[in-house]
Design a protein around this ligand. Structure first.
Ligand SMILES: [Fe+2]
Ligand SMILES: [Fe+2]
Length: 248
């Protein structure tokens, strides 16, 4: 057991245990080539040229307005959904509604944890293992179970949403293509200048330090070919815009 006071009071599963889970093994066998090649079309335009598609999720957005007011979710969640929309076009075999709804809801749990601990624990030290990370996943599932039934989503669908929300930050392997697309959509906003602005301040880094980290740490974590293409194009645009080659 860790002595870190911010760590969970139980022993979390290790990355090796997650990778050995049957769902992880089945997904890895189904998609052995990484990053996963796209089977549909995609273009690498900037996020602000590709807003979220359609109005079908507007009732769900309305149901979680309160949850968007924490931790810049009112920037992060719409941008993540816009990337999810584009990923779903590139991977038409995925359940697009599941990916879009889950991406919209995945971080709503931040609104139901102790706000003072979000920065102090959620973005410091070994942040992936901080207890508050597990709490925001659990709380996000509670939000999904509260808002989705009244909007006509089936119990089976809601279970699939929660299966992805639960572990989206704290588990390092994906269990399905939909899980992988949510994970990539969640990371992609960071490569846009808006995400760089928010995340660099959360982590106490300069924009140049953060864009270096994106290239070295975050880009290699992306699971799909389309996400790698989006991230590469966004990062080049952001580095030029923010003059990170000089402002360092
Ligand atoms: Fe999260
Ligand atoms: Fe997120």
């Amino acid at each position: 057991m860790s002595n870190d006071s911010t760590a969970p009071s139980w022993e979390p599963a290790t990355p090796e245990e997650h990778a050995a889970e049957p769902r992880a093994v089945a997904f890895a066998a189904a998609y052995p080539v990484r990053p996963i090649p796209a089977s549909g079309p995609f273009t690498t335009g900037a996020a602000n040229e590709n807003p979220p598609v359609g109005e079908d999720l507007d009732p769900l957005w309305t149901a979680v307005v309160t949850e968007t007011r924490t931790r810049s979710n009112d920037l992060h969640l719409p941008m993540a959904v816009s990337y999810a929309d584009r990923l779903c076009a590139a991977y038409p075999q995925a359940d697009a509604l599941l990916v879009r709804v889950t991406t919209l809801l995945h971080d709503t749990g931040w609104a139901h944890v102790d706000e003072d601990r979000i920065i102090s624990e959620g973005f410091a030290g070994d942040w992936r293992k901080a207890a508050i990370r597990y709490e925001h996943e659990t709380q996000g599932c509670l939000v999904a179970r509260r808002v989705l039934p009244g909007l006509g989503y089936s119990e089976e669908f809601i279970e699939r949403v929660c299966e992805i929300i639960d572990g989206h930050d704290t588990r390092q392997v994906a269990y399905s293509l939909e899980d992988a697309l949510v994970r990539d959509a969640d990371r992609l906003w960071r490569f846009d200048a808006v995400g760089i602005g928010m995340a660099s301040s959360w982590f106490g880094m300069t924009p140049a330090e953060y864009t270096d980290r994106l290239a070295v740490e975050i880009l290699p974590e992306l699971i799909t070919e389309a996400a790698v293409a989006f991230a590469t194009a966004d990062l080049a645009r952001s580095e030029a815009l923010l003059k990170t080659a000089v402002l360092r």
